[in-house]
Design a protein around this ligand. Sequence first.
Ligand code: PMP
Length: 314
Amino acid sequence: MSRKGQSTQQLNNSTIQQHKWAYMSLKIFLNDHLVDKNDATVSVFDHGLLYGDGVFEGIRSYDGLVFKLKEHLDRLFESAHTLMLEIPMPKDALEKAVILTLKANGLKDAYIRLVVTRGSGDLGLDPRKCKKATLFIIADKIALYPRDYYEKGLKIATVPTVRNHPEALNPQLKTLNYLNNILAKIEATNAGVDEAILLNAQGHVTECTGENIFYVDGKKLVTPPPYVGILKGITRDTVMRLGAEAGLDVSEEVFTRHDLYTADEVFLTGTAAEIVPVVRIDNRMIGSGKPGKITLALTRAFHKVTSKEGVRIR
Ligand code: PMP
């Protein structure tokens, strides 16, 4: 025995395994089968690339459990329906393809990116010229946010770019057209903060570039309603449920920056970020200036749920 009860043979096996993963190329699910990362290419005539014409989802698996897979697929199909984009595979086959991609890469804790584009067409924007959608699934190791984000909290700021108007490009659609969010992210970076809050054209708070926003005021837990211009986050839904279960008075309300500045606690939610405390907004300290008690309690409850609920990879 060489290390804490591990035999040399076991150590050698695990070293070999690690080397195998290091050299094995990532497998990508492309249209209907797995290919090596280097062979996972799409046409320069794909309208996903030429026009941002397509939809996507970001999904996460925790120790072999894919969290809210059905909800992510439902949202993907809903976005595609509004864009009149036909997803080239039924939902149950797509669910199997996600699991297959995770298994092929030996991943248990992963971030999964599922993308469906309009497919190849000509140089005009008419989607009727694109005969078949392109579908791909990338599953990779999850790039965790720095621990500081969760322990110290984020400094964020409102930015000049307003959230897309719902009657122009509804933020409820998770499309490949993310320039509204990218412009806001650039403005946040230029302002030296971690994240941007986008307001809508009426000055109401909507969301951040890749996360929904919540505030806590006493026993009240508040987040904006979808019609102000947000993506209806799947983490947001879970946090609203957990808040209600914890006895909080949960509501969707239209609010302004003032409500955030004067809140007891503010936090953001998203698949990649999970629940992140916010301690400063536009240079105003929020609450005590430290991650709040309710934010931390919801985070613990959220981790409990992700360790139990989900579609098992088998
Ligand atoms: N808003 C935007 C703009 C997003 O892109 C995302 C997803 N990254 C979210 C909110 C959070 O949604 P979810 O909890 O479903 O990941």
